[in-house]
Design a protein. Structure first.
Length: 319
């Protein structure tokens, strides 16, 4: 996708946003509130293109808002707004916005690197806390296998969601292994406090940032899920094959900045490589990591870019 197209998508949607950088659309009937978050990371542009597409199709009448509220959240949009080329896009400007959603994490003082991300957290928290459902749109710098990461009020809701989510894999518990608190964790906690009859908190990692197929996948999934939640008019069609649900059981964290990961089972790890129990996977500072089960290697990194970064997750089938 061309940079000019991405900038135009942001221009089109930001003109309809309120002071919190949230576009609020109201249906004619009572119903749930669904929040769709884009640009949680400033270089992950597929989400804002998806959100702008959904908004444009609602405005043209191609889609119809039936009930409740749809809120399109623009998180780290200033990174994209101020960039003059793809090369100037960065994930964040100090701290990872998707690791700081616990109030126990002290905010960075104004003027310091990372202060902007804490300001975004405070700006968006009321909208996230009030939502019944959250869909947080992400993508990756390298070609990758699409996945969903989800929390839900019950196994039944998780199955309801999985039947309508077009990704190969769904990881319900990966948040337990993050070095921090993600946006979906905070939403899940807030929705649980409200004792909603149904709620889910979902990340879609749809593929590489600038790939048209990533945007198409995000857009199709968001449209389907908005119909599922009853916000958009129309019947959602179940996906042909529900995602395989995997349980994460281990992760490895970096202790140094800008250090290559010493992978052992291959020179070129790829997401969802399958390895046998007992396989030596990599060397970290505190020793060699072995697969404790027949496993999938999820989101393997070639090099660390910060202390505490998750370098990989190991997951296994649960059924």
């Amino acid at each position: 996708m061309e940079f000019a197209q991405i900038k135009q998508a942001l221009t089109n949607i930001i003109s309809h946003a309120n002071d919190e950088a949230v576009v609020v659309l109201e249906g004619d009937q009572p119903g749930p509130t669904v929040a769709v978050s884009a640009l949680t990371h400033g270089n992950e542009i597929s989400g804002v293109v998806t959100a702008a597409s959904i908004l444009a199709r609602l405005q043209s009448g191609e889609l119809t808002l039936k009930a409740g509220r749809l809120k399109l959240l623009l998180a780290n949009y200033e990174i994209l707004a101020q960039a003059e080329s793809l090369e100037q896009l960065v994930r964040h400007r100090g701290v990872d916005l998707n690791r700081i959603w616990d109030d126990g994490i002290a905010a960075v003082p104004a003027g310091q690197p990372g202060a902007g991300e804490f300001a975004i957290r405070q700006r968006l928290l009321p909208t996230i806390a009030a939502a019944d459902y959250l869909i947080d749109l992400h993508s990756t710098s390298q070609p990758s296998t699409p996945i969903g990461i989800a929390l839900a009020d019950s196994p039944a809701t998780m199955s309801w969601l999985a039947d309508h989510l077009d990704v190969p894999y769904l990881l319900p518990n990966i948040s337990n292994y993050l070095n921090g608190t993600a946006m979906i964790d905070r939403h899940h906690a807030e929705a649980s406090k409200r004792a909603l009859p149904h709620h889910f908190s979902l990340v879609i990692e749809a593929g590489q940032h600038f790939d048209y197929s990533t945007i198409d996948r995000n857009t199709a999934n968001v449209e389907r899920l908005l119909k599922l939640c009853g916000v958009l008019d129309g019947k959602p069609e179940p996906v042909r094959s529900a995602p395989l649900q995997l349980e994460v059981y281990k992760t490895g964290y970096s202790k140094e900045i800008d250090k290559a990961v010493d992978w052992l089972y291959t020179d070129s790890p790829r997401g969802f490589d399958q390895v046998a129990k007992g396989t030596a996977l990599c060397n970290l500072e505190d020793g060699t990591v072995f697969a404790e089960h027949d496993s999938y290697v999820v989101m393997p990194q070639l090099r660390s870019n910060r202390v505490g970064q998750e370098l990989f997750y190991l997951a296994r089938q649960t059924n």
